[in-house]
Structure formats: C-alpha cells, structure tokens
Design a binder for this molecule. Structure first.
Ligand SMILES: Nc1ncnc2c1ncn2[C@@H]1O[C@H](COP(=O)(O)OP(=O)(O)OP(=O)(O)O)[C@@H](O)[C@H]1O
Length: 286
C-alpha cells in the first residue's frame, strides 16, 4: 500500500538558505514528527509540500498522486494548522463553521460543534476575544471537521498550556487509530513528539540528518559521558556526534548496549530527542 505522503528530493533555494533534497514518507496510521533548530527548514518543507511556495526540484505525492492531479479532493483530504493562522477577528466559531461548510463538501457540522464543546470554545463569542491558545484550538477543530485523512501541523500546539496540549495529543492519537489517517507535525516541544510520534525526521541546515522510528532512537541511542582518556579509546566509527563540556565528553552513539558492554567504566545514559538534537546541532561530527 502506498504511503499517505511521499516526499522525494524536495529542494528549494532561497538567497541565504537551501532546502536540499529532503526525502521522507509517512506510512498510513502513523505520526511523523519533524524536528530541527530554528531556521533548519521545517516550515519551508511544509510550505513546499502544500505548494504554498514553489519548489525548485523534487516530487511530492499524496496517496500516490501529485497535488495538481486532483487538487480539490486532495485539499479536502488534508487538514492544515499553522502557528499564527488567523480568522477574521469579528467572526465567531459558529460563523466560521458556516463558511467552512460552504468550502468543504466533507464538512461535518455536528463533529465541529462536538470539538468546540470539547475545547471549551463558545460558538457565539467573537474571535477577537480569544487567547492565542483558544485560536489554535479553533484552527484544530476546523481542520478536523472537514474529515481529512492527513493532518499537517506546523507548531500547532506551541500556544497551548501543558494540560490542553496533553488533551490535544490524545485527539491526535485518536485520529490515527484509523489506519487510513496520518499526521505530519513539526514541533519544538520534543517531549510531545516523544509521546505520540512513530517516526522522527530531523532536518538540520536544510538537509535530512535522519528519518527513524522513534522507538529506535529511544531504545538504541545513548550518550557516553567520559573523560579525555576514554574518549580517545572510543572507536570513532561508532560515534554519531560528540561535544566537550568542561572536562567531560558527551558522545552520541546509535547502540548504547554495545557501548555499555565495551566501556564498562563509562556512564552511558539514555538519549532523549532533545539530547540527540543538541548533540547534532551544537556538537561535532566525526
Ligand atoms: N520567503 C523567504 N525568502 C528568503 N528566505 C526565506 C524565506 N522563507 C524562509 N527563508 C529562510 O529559510 C530558512 C528556513 O526557514 P524555515 O522557516 O523553514 O525554518 P524552520 O525550521 O521552520 O524554523 P523555525 O523553527 O524557527 O520556525 C531560514 O533561514 C529563513 O530565513
């Protein structure tokens, strides 16, 4: 079965930045987390996938089809939420529902109102009275209510408090219970991705550094904490990245159990997604 979204060699050149041959795919029923430092190219990737900006090279297919081959249906099947999307401030959620019902043939008004209730958004209050988090929740309710099969979320949970974020992660997990649904979500809140993502794509300076199953990162990756003498002994072909902090070396490896067997005196910690990101971005690669 073809993936819901396949991205091959996506390239976009800006005067001071190049998104360089980005490739990944999202299998059905899964959540893909997109991570990377500020300016790494996450939003450029999402904008190019959605054809909001023109790509220079590369192939993007949804359900095996190019967006231009069936734009109306494919757009109906994709729910999009960006940090900073704003509705007209004088609209109310009820009016947004009416407008969306006219725009989407799959619009489900009852479903929309059940989300407004779940997210504690009054249908009749003007949007200008909403906080940033409330506006974000409204965007997510709209995106879910036209019954998409793919959700694309660019920093969509960053304005939410930890309790609401946790509820929202449950909504996302529910969404992918249907094997025909998937989510692509970029986030700086890597603990959220640790909770829900099945795969992680790490973009660094416009290039994909890796695209891996989250469990592979969680169960296999580790950080050796050691002094200079032990660092010299480590086989550098096993080192993904390293960083010197005062008198200690932090060394990222892809097989922590092997490192524990080989270096019995060293401390080998589990690596969180934040640790991995930090070592790749701030550390050095062999
Ligand atoms: N329209 C544009 N014209 C020129 N350069 C741009 C344009 N849009 C983005 N860039 C550059 O592309 C690079 C990547 O930006 P992008 O917004 O994709 O990063 P990001 O990973 O989403 O960052 P953040 O986490 O801060 O949102 C940045 O250097 C940015 O300045």
């Amino acid at each position: 079965m073809e993936p819901i979204l396949q991205v091959e060699n996506l390239t976009k050149q800006y005067p001071d930045f190049k998104l360089d041959q980005v490739s990944f795919s999202i299998p059905r029923g899964t959540i893909m987390g997109l991570i990377g430092e500020n300016g790494a190219g996450k939003s450029t990737t999402i904008n190019a996938i959605l054809e909001l900006i023109r790509k220079d090279e590369g192939i993007v297919t949804f359900w095996g089809q190019d967006l231009s081959s069936n734009p109306k249906q494919i757009k109906e099947d994709i729910g999009v939420v960006f940090d900073g999307i704003n509705f007209y401030e004088t609209l109310t959620p009820a009016k947004v529902g009416k407008i969306s019902a006219a725009a989407y043939k799959q619009w489900d008004e009852a479903f929309y109102h059940s989300y407004l209730k779940k997210f504690q958004l009054s249908p009749d209050k003007e949007i200008k009275t909403f906080s940033k988090g409330m506006k974000m929740k409204l965007c997510i309710a709209v995106a879910l209510s036209h019954k998409p099969k793919l959700l694309i979320l660019d920093e969509a949970t960053s304005g939410l408090d930890p309790i609401m974020r946790d509820d929202m992660l449950d909504v996302f997990l529910d969404f992918v219970q249907d094997e025909n649904h998937s989510i692509l979500m970029s986030s700086h809140i890597t603990t959220d991705l640790e909770k829900v993502a099945d795969y992680i794509t790490f973009i660094h300076e416009g290039k994909v550094l890796f695209c891996k199953a989250k469990d592979e990162l969680r169960y296999n990756y580790g950080i050796i904490r050691c002094g200079a003498a032990l660092f010299e002994q480590i086989d550098k072909s096993e080192v993904l990245a390293y960083r010197k902090c005062d008198y200690q070396w932090d060394v990222l490896v892809a097989d922590k159990e092997q490192a524990r067997r080989k270096h019995k005196t060293a401390v080998v910690d589990d690596a969180s997604i934040d640790d991995i990101l930090l070592l790749y971005v701030k550390g050095e690669q062999v």
